[in-house]
Design a protein around this ligand. Structure first.
Ligand code: AMP
Ligand code: MN
Ligand code: MN
Ligand code: MN
Length: 284
């Protein structure tokens, strides 16, 4: 059985392992087909391809990125897989998103500074270095200051929707992201559908919209998920005629989440990899 993990992050966004560390870990976990999907960037991809070649690693890399989009009042993440990372439509969109990330980070910094967290932008930036700056960097900075113990706590208190440090996003639309992914020859995947804190009624509305603007697939399998939830997402994928993806959304090693862990699709689900199998240079 081929082992797929199609969602992960490196130090080019809010992951904490370098490209090299992440790839070694993926090999250690016996992953055969692996996608790196950093937030609004493809900066990890060329170094990853070079490293795989230089070290002759037994793993196939699927190019990827995770684009933040705005839909209604939600921030919806769309993963692009098997993309041409030099495609101009895609790289232009990612540059615009990167600028928005920087502007938003400054604004988050201003808001948090007004609430007693002087210099928090600089602290988050120091953690991000050259990476795309994310709320995860602010979360780490706030945790360093002892305001909360963990990510859920700090998002609940400061960074989540409607909280002091929350800046309503100006991300692109789902349609814009999907069009750029398609222009780059890729497949557009709705990321982690269960994580948007929306009712099933809204989730169905989201799937209708995602499908109508050209979405191809949805994530169905994640490591930490009740079997019933995976089953439900599998059923939704069939109902809305979307291919199914699976990914750990790995950011850093923890006791509870690992690359490739517990990733399989419910039966009768069509793997997203069907979209690129059979193409020239395909893996299988
Ligand atoms: P951003 O894309 O800048 O809005 O940052 C969101 C990132 O923060 C996500 O990709 C997660 O890696 C991380 N994160 C961790 N916990 C949470 C949470 N409870 N809510 C939202 N994001 C979280
Ligand atoms: Mn993240
Ligand atoms: Mn995401
Ligand atoms: Mn992710």
């Amino acid at each position: 059985m081929i082992k797929y993990d199609l969602h992960s992050h490196t130090t080019h966004s809010d992951g904490r392992l370098t490209v090299e560390e992440l790839l070694h870990r993926a090999v250690d976990k016996n992953i055969d087909v692996f996608a790196i999907t950093d937030h609004d960037t493809v900066a990890a991809i060329k170094p990853a391809q070079q490293f795989i070649k230089a070290e002759n690693l037994p793993l196939s890399l699927i190019t990827g990125t995770e684009v933040s989009t705005k839909w209604e009042s939600f921030e919806i993440h769309i993963v692009g897989l098997n993309i041409d990372i030099d495609n101009i439509d895609l790289t232009s969109l990612l540059s615009a998103q990167q600028q928005k990330r920087e502007e938003r980070a400054l604004e988050i910094g201003v808001r948090l500074a007004k609430n007693g967290f002087d210099g928090i932008y600089e602290q988050a930036k120091e953690l991000a270095k050259d990476a795309q700056i994310t709320r995860a960097h602010f979360a780490r900075a706030l945790i360093e200051r002892g305001v909360a113990k963990n990510f859920p706590g700090v998002f609940k208190k400061y960074l989540g929707r409607g909280k002091t440090g929350y800046v309503p996003s100006c991300w692109c639309t789902m349609q814009t992201a999907i069009e750029a992914i398609h222009a780059a020859g890729g497949v557009a995947v709705l990321a982690h559908p269960s994580s948007y804190q929306m009712s099933n009624k809204w989730l169905r509305k989201l799937l209708v919209e995602f499908k109508s603007v050209g979405g191809d697939a949805m994530e169905v399998a994640q490591p930490q998920q009740a079997p019933s939830e995976r089953q439900f997402l599998g059923e939704l994928s069939r109902e809305y005629e979307l291919l199914c993806s699976q990914g750990s959304d790995f950011h850093f090693p923890t006791s509870y989440l690992e690359l490739g862990k517990n990733l399989y699709l419910p039966k009768d689900c069509q793997g997203v990899w069907q979209a690129w199998e059979g193409q020239e240079g395909a893996l299988l």
